[in-house]
Design a protein around this ligand. Structure first.
Ligand code: UD1
Length: 419
C-alpha cells in the first residue's frame, strides 16, 4: 500500500497550474450517455475516480479514448443499463449515470452506494425527483431499479440543494417531455459547468449557477466539445499549503470567483491573497490568527476544504470553531491531527481548535479524500517526519499532489509500505 513520507518544515514557494475539476469531470463524462453522437471533454484530470467513471461508461456501451487530457466518448447504443456494485462502492458519484440512463433508455439499474466515512449520504432526493418526473422506482437487492416510458418535467423543490442530485435531475430533464423547474437547486460551479456542456449539446437550460433551474426538454441531444472548469478544491488546498508553511505560492489557470469564501477566511487569518486575472498568489509570514468557519452549500465555505482549513487552524494563534453543516461525521481527521499534537475538542457538529506553536510528525491514517489532503498539509508544517498511510483516498481526487508540492519545495515522497 502506498503512503506519503513528508519531512516537514520547508517553506514552499513558486507557481503551479490548476488541474481540471474532479467534481465537474464525473458528471460531464456521465452526461455523454445522453447522446449517441461523439463528445470530447478537455482538461480531464488523471485521477482514480475519473478512471472508475470511464470503466463504468465502458461497461454501459461507451467507447472512450484519451489523448492527453482530452477524452473522446461516444455511446451509439447503451448496451447495458446496470451500474454494478463493484464500481459504485469505490465511487459514490457513479450514481450520476442514473438520470442519463433513465432519460435515454427508459430504464436503469444502479447499485445503491451505501454509507461512507463522512456520513450516511442518502440519495433519496435523486429518487424522489425522478419519481415526480414519472419514473417507477424500486429498491431491489441493493439496487435502485428505475423505469419510465417517458419522463415528464415538473416543478420540484429540493429539501436540500444536493449537488449530484441536482445534476442527475437536470440531466434527466434535458430529454423529458415539458418543462422542469428545480427550486433550491445546488449553485456549485460544477453544476453550472455541467449545464454549460448540456447547453452545447442542445439542451435548453436557464438559471444555471442559481438556485432555480428551468429545463425545457428536447427530443434529442447532439455531440459537443467542452473544456471543464479548474478544480477549486485542489486550488484551495494549494493556497492553504502556502499559508500553513508561511510560503508564497501562485496558482494559475483558475476562476477566483469560485474561491471567494476561502480567500476571505485566509485574509481574516492574516495571509495576503492577491487575485490577478486567472491566478491567485497566497503569502503568509509570522503568526496567523484563529478564525472560525462554517461549511455551507456554495457560495458558502466548501465542506471539501474543511479538513484542510482545520489543519491550518491547528497552528494559528488563538481559538477558532469549525462547524460542519453538510455531512454528519466529517471529522475523522480530528483524531489523526491529535496524534500530531493538535488541540481540538469535538462538540457535536463543532470542532473547537486551539492553535499550537507547532505540530509533531507522526504516522497517521488517511480516512477519506479531503481528510488525506488535510493530513498532508499538517505534515508539511510538522516537526520531523510524517507518514500518511492509505493515500489511495487522496489519489481519487488529486493528480500527483506530491509532485506539485515537490515542485514548490516541499519534501514529499510516495513510498510503498508493506501491509
Ligand atoms: C458532492 C461532491 C462532494 C461534496 C458534496 C457537498 C461530487 C461528485 N461530490 O457530493 O465532493 O463534498 O457535494 O458539497 O460532486 N442529502 C440527502 N439526500 C439526498 C442527497 C443528499 O439528505 O438525496 C444530504 C447528504 O446526506 C449531505 C448533503 O445532502 O448531508 C449534501 O450532499 P450532496 O450535495 O448530495 O453531496 P454529493 O452530491 O454526494
Amino acid at each position: 500500500m502506498e503512503a506519503f513520507r513528508i519531512r516537514g518544515g520547508n517553506t514552499i514557494s513558486g507557481e503551479v497550474q490548476a488541474d481540471g475539476a474532479k467534481n465537474a469531470a464525473l458528471p460531464l463524462l456521465a452526461a455523454t450517455l445522453l447522446t449517441g453522437q461523439p463528445c470530447t471533454i478537455g482538461r480531464v484530470p488523471d485521477l482514480a475516480d475519473v478512471r472508475t467513471m470511464r470503466s463504468l461508461l465502458t461497461a454501459l456501451g461507451t467507447t472512450v479514448e484519451a489523448n492527453g487530457a482530452t477524452v473522446a466518448l461516444q455511446t451509439p447504443n447503451i448496451t447495458s443499463t446496470e451500474a454494478p456494485y463493484d464500481l459504485v462502492k469505490t465511487m459514490r458519484a457513479s450514481i450520476l449515470v442514473l438520470g442519463p440512463l433513465l432519460a435515454r433508455t427508459g430504464e436503469a439499474r444502479v447499485s445503491l452506494p451505501g454509507g461512507c466515512a463522512i456520513g450516511a449520504r442518502p440519495i433519496s432526493l435523486h429518487l424522489e425527483g425522478l419519481a415526480r418526473m414519472g419514473a417507477e422506482i424500486k429498491i431491489e437487492h441493493g439496487y435502485v431499479v428505475a423505469k419510465a416510458k417517458k419522463l415528464t418535467g415538473c416543478r420540484l423543490y429540493l429539501d436540500f440543494p444536493t449537488v449530484t442530485g441536482t445534476m442527475n435531475l437536470m440531466m434527466a430533464a434535458t430529454l423529458a417531455d415539458g418543462v422542469m423547474i428545480i427550486e433550491n437547486a445546488a449553485c456549485e460551479p460544477e453544476v453550472k459547468d455541467l449545464a454549460d456542456f448540456l447547453i452545447r449539446m442542445g439542451a435548453r437550460i436557464d438559471g444555471a449557477g442559481t438556485d432555480r433551474l428551468v429545463i425545457e426538454g428536447v427530443p434529442a441531444l447532439s455531440g459537443a466539445h467542452h473544456a471543464m472548469i479548474p478544480d477549486r478544491i485542489e486550488v484551495g488546498t494549494l493556497m492553504l499549503a502556502a499559508a500553513i508553511t508561511r510560503g508564497d505560492v501562485t496558482v494559475t489557470g483558475l476562476h477566483p470567483a469560485h474561491l471567494e469564501a476561502l480567500i476571505q477566511k485566509l485574509r481574516e487569518a492574516g495571509a495576503t491573497v492577491d487575485v490577478t486575472g486567472d491566478s491567485i498568489r497566497t503569502r503568509a509570514s509570522g503568526k496567523l490568527h484563529a478564525v472560525s468557519i462554517r461549511t455551507l452549500p456554495h457560495p458558502g465555505f466548501p465542506t471539501d476544504l474543511q479538513a484542510q482549513f482545520m489543519a491550518l487552524m491547528t497552528v494559528t494563534e488563538g481559538m477558532g470553531i469549525v462547524t460542519e453543516t453538510i455531512f454528519e461525521s466529517r471529522f475523522t481527521h480530528v483524531a489523526e491531527y491529535a496524534r500530531m499534537g493538535a488541540n481540538i475538542r469535538l462538540e457535536g457538529q463543532n470542532a473547537i481548535v486551539t492553535g499550537m506553536d507547532g505540530l509533531s510528525g507522526a504516522e497517521v491514517m488517511a480516512t477519506d479524500l479531503r481528510a488525506s489532503a488535510g493530513l498532508v498539509l499538517a505534515g508539511l508544517v510538522a516537526d520531523g517526519e510524517t507518514l500518511v498511510r492509505r493515500i489511495y483516498h487522496l489519489d481519487r481526487g488529486y493528480e500527483k499532489l506530491e509532485q506539485k508540492l515537490g515542485s514548490l519545495g516541499a519534501d514529499v515522497a510516495r513510498v510503498t509500505m508493506a501491509g
